[in-house]
Structure formats: C-alpha cells, structure tokens
Write a protein that binds this ligand. Structure first.
Ligand code: UDP
Ligand code: LCN
Length: 799
C-alpha cells in the first residue's frame, strides 16, 4: 500500500489463517496474565504455554505459530488485543482482535502507536497530540530489498536499480559519468581526466585514441613511461600501473559507456582511485592503543576501529599503486582528548597508529557552553551536549592533518555518527555509518519507558540522533544480518527503529526501514598477528605464556584476582567481557554454579575490566560486581572460580585464549544481546570452541553444531549442558576447534572487510554525485528533526 512499514493486503502474506476463535482465545489467555503490554520473547513463551495447556488441532497450532512468529508486541486494552505481526523481515501488519468480531481487523501504524501511547501515558488525550516522524515519503522512489536473502547487499540492489534507470537515458548517464570522472582531484592536480576533455564527443574520441595508444605498448610497460602521451589525450593517472591494466580499465570504461550493465559498472568503479583518504569518527570513551580496553564504554569498538584503520590504509595503498597513482592512503581517527587521562595517551592530541605508514589518532577536547575544556571521562550516555561544538572545532584539525577534506567519513556508534553527519554535511563528503551497537534493542522498554530511564541513559537524545544519523548517512555498515533485519523470529536491531513510540516526545511511523537498499553487511576480522591457533607453536612466546598462566590462573589471590582453584589443571569455562548487565557474566556464574556436573569437569575463569566495588564507574558496573560476589557465595564457588581484573594487551589476550585452548577449555559468550561479538571470533581463531548467545551476532558467527554451539542464555540448563558436552567430549572439542579456526579464516578477515568497504563506498559516492537519489528533501527533514528535537534534548543534559 505504499507505506514504508510494508503492510500488505489483508491475508496475502499469511495465506491460510488459524480460526479466529483460537486467536481470540490466545489473546484472552495472554490478558489473564495481567500485563497490558507483552513484547518479544514474552509472547513466544506465552504461546508455548498456551499450546501446551489447550487442546488444539496440529494444523491449527501450525497456523497460529506462523501467524505469531516474529510478533514483536501485543497491547491488551479492555477486551481488545492489538498486535504487531511480522510476516517477513521488515514487513509489519498491525491488527486488532475483539471477542465480538469474527476476523482480524488491520489498523494503521498511527492508530497502533496512539493506542500504545495512551496505554503508557494513561491519558488518551495526550496520545493524540505530539510529533509524528515518518521518513517514508522521502524514500518513495528508493529501491527496497524484497527478498530477505538479499538483506545486507544494499549496494548491489541500489546499483542495479539506478543503472537500470540510467539505461533508459544513456546520454544522461554518459554525461553524468564524464562529470564525475572530471571531478576527481588530489589537491590542485587532476586524477583520471583533465580539462582537455570538455564534451562527451571529446571523451568518446579521446577514449578511442587512448586505447589504441596503450594497446600498442608492451603489456608490462610501467605507467610513468607513457603517462605524458596519455595526458595529451586528456587521461591522467588512476587508470592502471602498467599498459595492460590501463588497457583493461579503459576497455571496461568503453563497454560501460555503451551500456550501463550494473555489475560491469560496479567493477569499473571499484578499479578507480576514488577513496584515498578516510576520516573515522569515534568520540566517546577512552580511545588509545594501550591500557584503555575495559573501561565502561571502551570495548570492541576501539579494537575494531584501530584494525579497520590499519586494513584501510593497507588496502588503499595497494589500490593506489595498482591504479598508477603516486600517493599513499591516509586514515585519521578523530576522537576526544581527555586531559585527565590517568596515564593513558588520551590527552595526546596526535598519536601515530601502530603498524601504519601515515595514519593518526587526532584528539580534540570537548568544551562546555562557556568554552571550558571538559577535563574528565564522560559516559557515552551523557556526551550529547558536547557534540555539535565538537564537530565544528574538529573540522580544521582533521582537514589540516589530512591535507584536505577526506574522501570518506566513517562514523562509529551513535555519537560518532551524529558527529560524522555534521562533518559530512559541512565538508560534502560520503558518510558511511558503522553501527556497533544500538542501545534501543539492548535495553527492554528503552523507548516506551524512556522517561523513567532518562536521568541515567538519555535515550531521548540518543534515539533521535540515531534516526537523524542513520537516515542521513549515505550507507550503513553492519557486522551481521541480525543487526539489520533480524531473523524470522526476532526483529532486527535497526528494524526496531522502524515503528516505535517515545510517549510524550514523538511517535515514529517510519524511522529506519531495514529493507531500504542502504544496509550492507561487512563483517570485521581479527588481527592475525595476535589471534592465531594454539597449535602454531612456532609463533608463540613461551615467556608471555608463563607469565599469564601465573598471573591469571595460579598465583595466590591478590589485588586483581579473586578465587584460588582447588584443581587448577581442569579445563576452563572462560569468559572475557566488560562488566555490564547485557554481557550477562552473572548469568554465566549462575548457570555454572547450578550445574554440578559442569563444576566437576571444569573451572570457571572470568576476565573482566574490574572486580571490586570501588573500581566501578557507573551504577550498572556496581550492581554487576555485587551480584557476582553474591552468586559466588550462594553457589559456594570458592575453589572452582577464578575472577581476574586484567587489562591485557592484544598479544596477551591472544595468548590467554591459546593457553586455555591447550587445556581443552571452552569460551562462553552469554550476552543477553550482542551486536557482533569480537571475542567470539578471537577465541575461535585461537582454537577455542565457543558456546555463544542466540541473541545477536554470535548466532551468525558460530555455525551451531559445526564449530561451536548457539544457546539461549536464559535457558541455563541448555547453556550449561552445551559447555559440559564440549569439555567432556574430546572428539567434539577437537572438531569444533578445527572448524572454528577454519570459519574465521574463510569468513572474518580484515583485508576482505577493507576491500568491500571501499568497493561499496565508491558506488555510493558515484550515485550521490549524480544526485539521482534526490536527497535534498530528506536532508531538510532531518535538519528540522535535528534542530527541533535532538538539540533541545541534548541541551537539556547537564554538563
Ligand atoms: N577485551 C579485553 N579485555 C577485557 C575485555 C575485553 O581485551 O577485559 C577485548 C576483547 O579482546 C575484544 C573486545 O575487548 O577485542 C570486546 O569486544 P566485543 O565485540 O566482544 O564486545 P564489546 O565490548 O565491544 O561489547
Ligand atoms: C560493539 C559491540 O557491542 C560488539 O558486539 C561489537 O563486536 C563491537 O562493538 C565492534 O563492532
């Protein structure tokens, strides 16, 4: 029906439906539980119980399960039930059921949200007022992915769609391509084409002349030996480094000019030197190369950004060389300068990134309204009032370091992306948004009950920033499918921004549609120097291994270690994560404590950022530390648990996974929600089998039953049983270990990540340049949202 939420015809998507009386009975049973709003897994659990206690025909049960599969919420008001059904990824159908009716009635997104608002606010009148956010009109002509198997391939769908449009107007396409190629410069020097080519007819004739010139040369003749002659035909550096590669690229260009075949066109763009410098933006947390991991807000994102910067520089270098361009790639990571740096490099305005030729961390401080520098760490939940000024003040610093504006800006996480949005607008540069984590799906009811959480989390500013930044970005980079469109049973993390309400603030009828051709899965990798198999003896450093064994496993408990093991030679259940509720290390300690058999076979080793109350920097950390001590006492874990607070560097982290793999241990990742989960691929690369959460990235990384196991961390018995099966079955352990190493090698490589990111970026940059996406209207809308909603919410946060 043209709505961005994709509600279709009444019954089309489901085909046959269960008898209405049965649906109605289920809603009546749900209502009897007394909760007026039931979400996600609450609905699935209630359905299981309903089916168990009622006599239902198997065929009807099947239809009922199909109807409710992926149902994200049910509102129970009076005798009515309202449900958000999800026949497929990104498709919502909002329905109303009533005992007096005989069939489901479809209602509009606006009506559904108003009902939810009035339920939460307890005031029907208030729910009729207020702002409605709907981005769908701006995307009316934007291609969407209709086949869920194509989720994460946004660039291909977009390129196919736009190439087909251009195919209908080939002359316009050629003009646009010429315009784009003539626009590539490095400083004042042209790349690709120079002013000798002024018109399309010049272009065609000079292309023929240039091709005949290079085709007469020896294939391996170096570009610089014929660059002068090529220049007289209007062709500058960038087409190749030898006669053979220049000839191939020009032949491809010729074919593209004849017909805009999308694959061929994408191949041409990926051969050109379009992305030479990259700005990465990651303002929050402690961002440095040593001694910072483990702070509340500084987890995998720092590892990811540094590895990504190195891989991008390397890939750009190799690419520029193969294009015959005499320059090297450069990456700048923009982060926050923190004067009270506690011995880290966070107060250093400029720090070279290890392992790069010329890539740097640039640090600019946050300032308050009066211009005073903020001296200390500020939680990621409270940094919103600083960012606008920060973006303004950072512009000169990054342009200065890069020697001009970047070709690509990559934003990281919500704060990095709203800052990247401001910078990209100002500099007119392509913006890629890396997600990392969306707090909305991490915290239950973070949208509907935002007002109660506002003091601690400020989700009103963060979710508005997400709506602005992820819509304004030219494309979104995700690590997993679950981050975008979810599974048949669960909403995707981005998908959860499509329809939601923050009562009293706004109702979002279309926020982020996961089916738009803007989302791309580009999984990260692991540093191969640090994370390699335990069997690669020749690469291991024995002294480091001895030190770590002593420190983490056998030394008398001391300042940073809790627990002394009765039988230190047993295998371990190992977990390493920041102490935060969602990481659920308390759940792991609980399930370990409750499973006698597992305790007989293994010890529990936890490596976390802190393990004492007075080290906690926020209320969540404090609560988790207390709970862990309580669980150790409750299950009398003394003697079979070791809990170390260690800030290991990357080489040590790799070695600890290997030491534990030597002992046939298993890695546990029990998070209640994990966007990707770098520790999972690190552990697997080092030869440790993993039991990982079913919620988020780990469920995609681990091929269940092949290289580890995927379990619901709320199902303690099943999770513990998987851990036990692996530590007690030598053959299974060996198979998972070998397959895990293989899986990381084939699917998670930084070099491949960087190549894909640059390829994707070139395609979006091109289509952006031609402006066929008609962005200005959307940009004005987002601008309004930024200034009327985001800014006041950010400014309301006390500095
Ligand atoms: N890490 C670490 N020491 C710790 C906890 C974590 O070195 O005490 C590292 C870990 O090796 C991984 C990253 O921090 O590289 C955590 O990334 P992940 O994606 O698993 O989770 P995040 O913390 O980003 O949510
Ligand atoms: C943030 C997270 O929560 C993790 O799941 C990711 O692995 C990490 O960022 C890197 O993207």
């Amino acid at each position: 029906d043209g709505k961005a939420n994709g509600s279709g015809g009444r019954t089309g998507a489901y085909g046959a439906q269960p008898p209405y009386a049965l649906i109605q009975r289920f809603f009546t049973t749900l209502k009897a539980a007394g909760e007026p709003l039931v979400v996600g897994h609450g609905i699935a659990t209630a359905l299981d119980e309903f089916v168990e206690h009622q006599s239902i025909e198997p065929a009807d049960e099947k239809l009922l399960r199909k109807l409710l599969r992926g149902c994200s919420e049910v509102i129970l008001l009076g005798d009515s039930a309202y449900a958000a059904l999800r026949p497929a990824m990104g498709k919502l159908r909002l329905i109303h059921a009533h005992p007096a009716a005989s069939e489901l009635e479809e209602i509009s997104p606006g009506e559904f949200l108003r009902l939810k608002d009035s339920l939460i606010q307890g005031n029907e009148e208030a729910s009729r007022l207020g702002l409605v956010i709907d981005t769908s009109p701006f995307y009316r002509n934007f291609p969407v992915i209709s086949d869920p198997s194509e989720v994460g391939d946004g660039v291909d769908v977009l390129n196919r769609h736009l190439s087909a449009q251009m195919h209908q107007n080939p002359e316009r396409f050629r003009e646009a391509l010429l315009d784009f190629l003539r626009d590539e410069h490095v400083g004042a020097s042209n790349l690709l084409l120079n002013d000798h080519i002024a018109t399309l007819s010049d272009f065609k004739s000079e292309l023929a002349a240039a091709r005949s010139l290079v085709d007469d040369l020896d294939a391996d003749q170096a570009y610089h030996s014929f660059s002068h002659e090529l220049r007289t035909h209007g062709f500058e550096a960038g087409w190749g480094d030898t006669a053979a590669t220049v000839s191939e690229t020009l032949a491809l260009l010729h074919r593209v000019m004849q017909s805009a075949d999308p694959d061929r066109f994408a191949r041409l763009l990926s051969r050109l030197p379009i992305t030479r410098t990259v700005l990465m933006v990651s303002p929050h947390g402690w961002f440095a190369q040593e001694g910072v991991l483990g702070k509340p807000d500084t987890g995998g994102q720092v590892t990811y950004v540094l590895d990504q910067a190195r891989a991008l520089e390397r890939t750009i270098d190799a690419h520029l060389k193969s294009c015959g361009v005499d320059m090297r790639g450069k990456v700048v990571v923009l982060t926050r300068l923190i004067p009270e740096a506690e011995g880290t490099a966070c107060d250093n305005p400029l720090e070279k990134i290890h392992g790069t030729h010329d890539s740097w961390i640039v640090r600019v401080p946050f300032r308050d309204g009066a211009g005073e520098v903020a001296p200390h760490w500020v939680s990621r939940f409270k940094i919103w009032p600083y960012l606008e000024r920060y973006a303004e003040e950072s512009t000169a610093a990054v342009v200065n370091e890069l020697g001009g504006k970047p070709d690509l800006i990559v934003g990281h996480y919500s704060d990095g992306n709203i800052t990247a949005h401001l910078l990209a607008e100002r500099l007119d540069v392509t913006h890629a948004a890396c997600v990392h984590a969306l707090e909305k799906s991490k915290y239950l009811f973070s949208d509907s009950h935002w007002a109660e959480l506002e003091d601690q989390y400020h989700f009103s500013a963060q979710f508005t920033a997400d709506l602005v930044a992820y819509n304004s970005a030219d494309f979104v980079v995700s690590s997993s499918r679950r981050e975008i469109g979810g599974t048949p049973h669960d909403l995707g993390m981005l998908e959860s921004y499509q329809l939601f309400t923050m009562p009293g603030l706004f109702r979002v009828e279309s926020g982020l549609d996961p089916r738009r051709a803007r989302h791309n899965i580009v999984p990260p990798g692991v540093s191969e120097e640090c994370f390699f198999p335990n069997t690669a003896e020749e690469l291991r450093v024995e002294a480091m291994a001895d030190g770590l064994r002593e420190r983490l496993l056998t030394q008398e408990p001391g300042e940073n270690c809790v627990g002394f093991l009765d039988e230190p030679d047993k295998p371990f259940v190992f977990a390493m994560a920041r102490i935060d509720k969602v990481k659920n290390l308390t759940g792991l300690a609980d399930l370990f404590g409750k499973c006698e058999k597992l305790r007989e076979h293994a010890n529990l080793l936890l490596v976390t950022s802190i393990n004492e109350r007075d080290q906690a920097s926020d209320p969540e950390e404090l609560e988790e530390v207390d709970r862990l001590y309580e669980l150790i006492a409750r299950h009398s874990l003394e003697g079979s648990i070791r809990w170390a607070a260690a800030r290991l560097d990357k080489a040590e982290t790799g070695e600890i996974y290997r030491i534990l793999a030597d002992r046939r241990s298993v890695f546990a990742q029990p998070a209640l929600m994990e966007t990707f989960g770098l520790t999972v691929i690190e552990a697997m690369a080092c030869g440790m089998p993993v039991v990982g959460t079913a919620f988020g990235g780990p469920a995609e990384i681990i091929l269940d039953g092949e290289c580890g196991e995927v379990r619901d961390p709320n199902d303690h018995e099943a999770f513990a049983q998987s851990l036990l099966d692996i530590v007690s079955d030598t053959e299974k352990w060996r198979r998972y270990s070998e397959e895990g190493i293989q899986r990381v090698e084939t699917a998670f490589r930084w070099a491949r990540h960087a190549e894909s990111l640059l390829r994707i970026s070139n395609v979006y940059t091109y289509w952006n340049h031609t402006d066929v996406m008609n962005r200005p209207a959307l940009d004005r809308y987002l601008h309004t949202l930024y200034h009327t909603v985001y800014r006041p919410r950010a400014d309301a946060i006390e500095i």
